[in-house]
Design a protein around this ligand. Structure first.
Ligand code: SAM
Length: 339
């Protein structure tokens, strides 16, 4: 063990003991031993394998203090290399989950802030302020993985249409997180924005019945998680709850009901931006059919769900049939721009 690392381990012990309070038991000695033997110059795949092997073998026996000590150790120890980001994200996710599960949202958010300062890509003050406010308003667990990057791609596209005229809408809002984010950017562009001209379409009863197009290929990466989420009623949040979460924007117009029945019959309405996040085939298909002809020139129709098999199929079928060009982001979103 190097001198520097010995000091790091002692500091870790000290920090965990101070967090746990005086007289708290010392962390399980296997953790310090594991870190003393971990060679962080190993390729990231091997590092990940060793970290997970140790975690899987010990996790069930560890108390919260031990777990905290272990995840902090991973975070402190791993070099900030792109190859290690999956492992670092994983450790932060786990660390944040500990206070969140206890209902300590302030501590969870403080850890998320530390993650952002530590090595997350910098997206600017407006982004961080809006995302933080959105998580607090919608009581959403701060998670480190792709959601932050997806939202950055989302608001990046939204910013392109800000000079245009037209409505802005979201289909599929769940607890209101992405709507809060979109509305924050609309307010940043126009201090008087109170939600007017912003529409939300949702069943407020979760996903509708998945169709055969939505069956998940279980050989895909992440298939288990996707299959678990592809269920009628998943992501249900009631209208009053969402209205409460979005009360900073009282002018929002809500259209509760199943898509497409919830869409108003108003051929003259024009949109500059529509965010579609309904996950499955049928409502994604119906959103593209309904909104694309209602976009102003340069308007954007963005789906969050290019990684979901049914949504992907609906979008690809739409583009193949209409000849509209399909664009994608690095975060499995797909969008079209009206000509
Ligand atoms: C993944 S959640 C949306 C998450 C949200 N955009 C966010 O990022 O915070 C999917 C939403 O789609 C809605 N939904 C799914 N199928 C629907 C349908 N057929 N009609 C209306 N809403 C639907 C669900 O009620 C849920 O709110």
């Amino acid at each position: 063990m190097s001198q520097g690392f010995g000091g790091q381990i002692r500091r870790l012990f000290k920090s965990i003991r101070s967090l746990a309070g005086p007289g708290a038991p010392a962390p399980d000695p296997r953790i310090a031993e594991f870190f003393s033997q971990l060679d962080t110059t190993l390729p990231s795949s091997e590092l990940r394998r060793q970290i997970h092997a140790f975690h899987d073998a010990t996790h069930a026996a560890f108390n919260e203090g031990d777990q905290q000590f272990f995840y902090q150790g991973v975070i402190k120890r791993l070099p900030r290399l792109a190859e290690n980001h999956n492992s670092l994200n994983w450790a932060y996710e786990r660390l944040i989950q500990l206070p969140w599960a206890r209902g300590d949202r302030v501590a969870a958010m403080a850890l998320f802030d530390r993650y952002v300062d530590d090595y997350a890509p910098a997206y600017g003050e407006l982004f961080d302020r809006s995302y933080r406010a959105a998580m607090i308003a919608t009581q959403t667990r701060p998670i480190t993985l792709q959601r932050r990057d997806r939202f950055q791609a989302l608001v990046g596209l939204l910013q392109k249409v800000l000079p245009l005229q037209g409505l802005v809408a979201e289909c599929g809002c769940y607890r209101g997180l992405s709507s809060y984010m979109i509305c924050s950017y609309l307010r940043a562009a126009d201090a008087g924005f109170d939600g007017g001209g912003y529409r939300i379409f949702d069943s407020f009863a979760g996903l509708s019945e998945p169709q055969p197009e939505d069956v998940v290929d279980m050989s895909m990466s992440g298939a288990k998680r996707l299959a678990r989420m592809t269920k009628p009623g998943a992501f249900a949040a009631s209208l009053p709850l969402v209205q409460q979460h979005l009360s900073d924007f009282p002018g929002i117009a809500y259209y509760p009901g199943w898509i497409p029945q919830a869409f108003p019959d108003e051929p003259e309405a024009r949109y500059r931006f529509v965010h579609v996040d309904v996950d499955i085939y049928q409502p994604t298909r119906d959103c593209f059919e309904y909104f694309y002809p209602r976009l102003v020139p340069g308007g954007i129709l963005l789906s969050d769900d290019y990684a979901w098999p049914g949504a992907r199929r609906a979008i690809e079928e739409f583009c193949a049939r209409t000849g509209v060009q399909l664009h994608t982001t690095a975060c499995a979103q797909a969008y079209v721009i009206a000509g």
